[in-house]
Write a protein that binds this ligand. Sequence first.
Ligand code: LMR
Length: 417
Amino acid sequence: MGRVSKTLFGQLTALPADPILSLSTAFAAETNPNKIDLGVGIYRDEAGRTPVMAAVLEAEERLLHSEGSKAYMVPAGDEAFNSGIRDLLLGKDHAVLSQARVNSIQTLGGCGALRIGAELIKRGNSASRVWVSDPTWANHLPLLGSAGLAIEKYPYYDYEGRRIDFDAMLSALQQVEAGDVVLLHGCCHNPSGADLNLEQWQKLTELALEKRFTPFIDVAYQGLAIGLEEDAAGWRLMSSKVPEMLIAISCSKNFGLYRERTGVLCVQAESKRQAQAIKSQVLSIARQSYSMPPSHGALIAGMILGDESLYAQWTSELSEMRRRIVAMREVLVERLGDGCSDRNFDFIRSEFGMFSFLGIGSEQVVRLREEFGIYMVDSTRINVAGLNRSNIEYFTESLSALLCQSRYCRLDNSGFI
Ligand code: LMR
């Protein structure tokens, strides 16, 4: 039993700040006029803003005139949204949809989907272990772990080779047991940007069938790697073969609905009957947690997905975002190549989505922050979307200056760290 204090909360101590979100607060207080925020994963345009997408603005306008009530949503949320997301995720003609084996509920963002999914796993098998990639998004551990599930890690990113260490991943996953869950990033792996190819998805599917584990796919960036369809190929393939699967979807990044907390949990069951049982379980978890979801973001995304002109507008904006990130990756690699560093940053070109590890020293991350006002996660993860044609020169010159200094100092053996 813990130490008894005079008051209920008297024994609680302060926790360390969130490693990602705390960067925004620190950045806001930064006084360097050249400061650059490469921390939290938020899309930014050339002007450094996170604009509301035009398709979203148009849907909001329509909603303003059509939403006649603020009565509760039903616990599963908006059905037009749920089914629109299911189709986007799996493709309208996917067999698991026609077999009625997939149900979905609207959640409080992708985090809500991960958390409800974790509670569902616990109901299915409280001894289930959830295997997550090493590295993974920092919030996966508390989101899944605080539901009471044991977390295991499988090796994923080879920091030396700057690629996925697929052999090590497969070999670690040999230890997975029936009833365990393996969490995979659908695309735009956070934090590394290193994505599985289709052949690797195929091998993991075979392993899931052999070991009888359940895949849990975190889809937070559909459309931001190669394209809406291309990004989905891996999990669609897996879904067509495995009996059960969970998918957590976030609309924060691809619809830019960050603060509207808009997401979906999709659960694929072995049969239609089982899907119905699971849905009742998921709804009861939601009822015990927050009762029913908010409406705004889901009504907007649902309207966009169901309207031809809004959909065309949205996909064009999404492509523009993706193209800008890819262009920034190119410029970044070129400029770093021109610097005096002997390091090779070419790997940044072959990674996807917002994130890549720079792979510099932790002391250099601190110096970039303190001396240059450039903020990134301590792991050296940068949000490439935080770069633009106005700030990239300052960024690459600052980084090159530090890297050159460290190289020469190492050669000098002067003890520079
Ligand atoms: C990130 O990884 O930076 C984003 O997903 C924001 C978050 O909640 O951590």
